[in-house]
Design a protein around this ligand. Structure first.
Ligand SMILES: C[S@@+](CC[C@H](N)C(=O)[O-])C[C@H]1O[C@@H](n2cnc3c(N)ncnc32)[C@H](O)[C@@H]1O
Length: 204
């Protein structure tokens, strides 16, 4: 993660939104038919889970994500309430937060990722993982004091639905720390307006 920008807080809800850009290429581009988007994403990340897991420590400790959790810790205190790691992958960040005293709910659409996360969670207090889609999650309004979602919304068919879901799930004054692939991910730049539900040129 090479850039973090703080946008103005939402004047209505008081919830703060932080966005970041990452500058490396991860995952593979692949074509998806919209009608079965979710199942294709699930398959792709199930297939990629072991490889992701072999690299997650490096990414979070010294690579592109190394500044993310220190920033999250500055914005959300462990005792401020439960936090959501939306699209948690193999759970590396969730587990690290739990070891720092946070109560963490990790959610990912890939069952293989959740299996990897659960395997490492043995003996770690305060963390729960489950499969789920970040655009429709089974948690109450305002359930979370903070939401971390790193390089996930660009994988969803309706990024705006994910952002709206995060807004619903955050308590007033809660913080969203959102990372999306950055400009060096090349033509992904054309996809950015998609985050706001606008028509875009899709990169493949
Ligand atoms: C690039 S990985 C990032 C994983 C983790 N956030 C990290 O930074 O280490 C993207 C993750 O998003 C998950 N994902 C994609 N679409 C999702 C959705 N609609 N709901 C939940 N998770 C999703 C994938 O399964 C994958 O684990």
């Amino acid at each position: 993660m090479n850039e973090l920008a703080v946008s103005a807080g939402n004047p209505v809800s008081g919830k703060k939104v932080y966005t970041g850009n990452t500058s490396y290429s991860e995952g593979r581009e692949f074509g998806m038919s919209k009608s079965n988007w979710d199942s294709q994403v699930t398959q792709e990340w199930n297939r990629n889970a072991a490889n992701w897991h072999s690299r997650s420590r490096e990414m979070w400790e010294s690579g592109s994500r190394k500044t993310v959790l220190p920033l999250f810790a500055r914005l959300v205190a462990p005792d401020s309430g439960p936090v959501l790691d939306a699209g948690c992958g193999d759970g590396y960040a969730s587990l690290k937060l739990a070891r720092q005293g946070y109560r963490v709910q990790g959610v990912d659409i890939s069952d293989d990722m959740i299996q990897l996360a659960n395997r490492q969670a043995a003996g770690v207090n305060g963390v729960t993982f489950q499969t789920g889609d970040v655009t429709r999650l089974p948690f109450a309004d305002g359930a979370f004091a903070g939401i971390l979602s790193i390089n996930v919304v660009e994988w969803t068919e309706q990024p705006l639905a994910a952002l709206e879901e995060f807004h619903r799930l955050l308590r007033p004054g809660g913080v969203l720390l959102l990372g999306i692939l950055g400009p060096t991910a090349g033509p992904r730049g054309y996809s950015y307006p998609r985050l706001y539900g606008k028509p875009t040129i899709q990169n493949r």
